[in-house]
Structures are given as C-alpha cells and as structure tokens.
Ligand binder design. Structure first.
Ligand code: SAM
Length: 190
C-alpha cells in the first residue's frame, strides 16, 4: 500500500510540526510508545510532558523511556489530561509544537478504563490555547468499543466547528475498511 496507514501518518504529522529542542505532549501515555517517539523527536534540548490516569501506564512508560535513556527529557504526570494547564510550567505554555492523543483503552490493560468525551474535549481546548502557531494536535480515534462511538461523535462535532481563521482541521480516514478502523483528526493552530 502506498497510502500511509493511520499510525505512520500520525507520526508524519507530528514530524512536520516537532523539531529538535521543541516541547511536546503525550496526552495518553499508555505503554509509552508515543512518549518514546516524541522524546526522540525533541532531542536532548527539548522536553515531553506525558499524562495518564493509570498507574500501570505511567510505570510502563517510565520503564520504556528509562531503558532508552530518555528519562531526563520527559516529565510524567499520573493525572488526567484535563489538568494540562495546571501541570505544564507557565514558561512552556504557548510553546507547544505537538500533542498526541491515542484515545480508547490501554492495549493489554483494563478495557473498562477509557478516555471520555468530557476530559478529552477539555484537554483539546486547553491545548489549542497552549500551542505555538504551526503547532499540531493529533487525535487517533478508536471507536470500535461502546464508549468510543460517543467520543468519536463528540470530538468530530467539536473539531468541525473550530474557527477556520484560527485552525486548520483535518480528518484522515479509510472509508472502505471493515470493523470501525481508527482514524485521525488533526488540529493545526494558524
Ligand atoms: N499512546 C499509548 C502508547 O503509545 O502505548 C496508548 C494509549 S491507550 C490507547 C489510551 C490511554 O489513555 C490509556 O492508557 C488510558 O489509561 C489513558 N487515559 C484514559 N483517560 C485518560 C485521561 N483522562 N487522561 C490521561 N490519560 C487517559
């Protein structure tokens, strides 16, 4: 396939916005794959803030980035991403170049613990304020599970009504695949 799949395209979008020395946020740390990707991307002079409500996710992410010797460029918060504004130091707010949400449940974890529309939308709103111009929020939306359908609708509805003078909003989706495949909503600050 020549078209980029959802996960590769997520990274392409983040790579367009984030460079060495930048500040980035992983809003759903999970098993730490995205935190690790971002920490490599920002380099030793950049920084990543990473959030998850599950202790096990924070532990797995910590282990992954410690093994990769990236711990000194990552700050982990065992908190909901709707606490972003309270957690990110004031001198980094307004400088965020990229943020990623992988919505849904922790792979290999408790499928009952999922991201929810209320906190996801609150975090997006806070992030739009915090982004530098040209910064991007990438959401990977998994809607195969029950709660995911509501979250998908809420995020798409919210993103569609964002002011086009202030944001570019993209939806990237394979529309002929079975079983509710994930898709991307990306919000770039103008
Ligand atoms: N990006 C992760 C990775 O690279 O492994 C996968 C993330 S997983 C699909 C979704 C994660 O979101 C779960 O670990 C879950 O605990 C977390 N989560 C759910 N609600 C959250 C919230 N309000 N704030 C932060 N994390 C949340």
């Amino acid at each position: 396939m020549k078209l980029d799949g959802i996960l590769p395209y997520t990274r392409i979008l983040l790579e367009k916005a984030i460079n060495s020395g930048d500040i980035a946020i992983d809003c759903t740390a999970g098993n730490g794959h995205d935190t690790s990707f971002l920490a490599n991307r920002v380099g030793e002079n950049g920084h990543v803030y990473s959030f998850d409500i599950q202790k096990t996710a924070i532990e797995k992410t910590t282990k992954r980035i410690r093994e990769q010797e990236l711990l000194n460029r990552v700050t982990l918060f065992h908190k909901s991403h709707d606490q972003l504004t309270k957690c990110i130091p004031a001198h980094h707010q307004g400088m965020i170049k990229g943020a990623i949400f992988n919505l849904g449940y922790l792979p290999g974890g408790d499928k009952e613990i999922v991201t929810t529309p209320h906190s996801t939308l609150s975090a997006i709103e806070q992030l739009i304020e915090m982004l530098d111009v040209g910064g991007i929020i990438v959401l990977v939306i998994y809607h195969g599970h029950d709660q995911g359908k509501f979250e998908k609708e809420a995020v798409v509805r919210y993103a569609e009504q964002l002011n086009q003078e202030k944001t570019h909003v993209l939806k990237y989706e394979f529309i002929n695949q079975k079983n509710n495949p994930p898709f991307i909503v990306a919000i770039e600050k103008r």
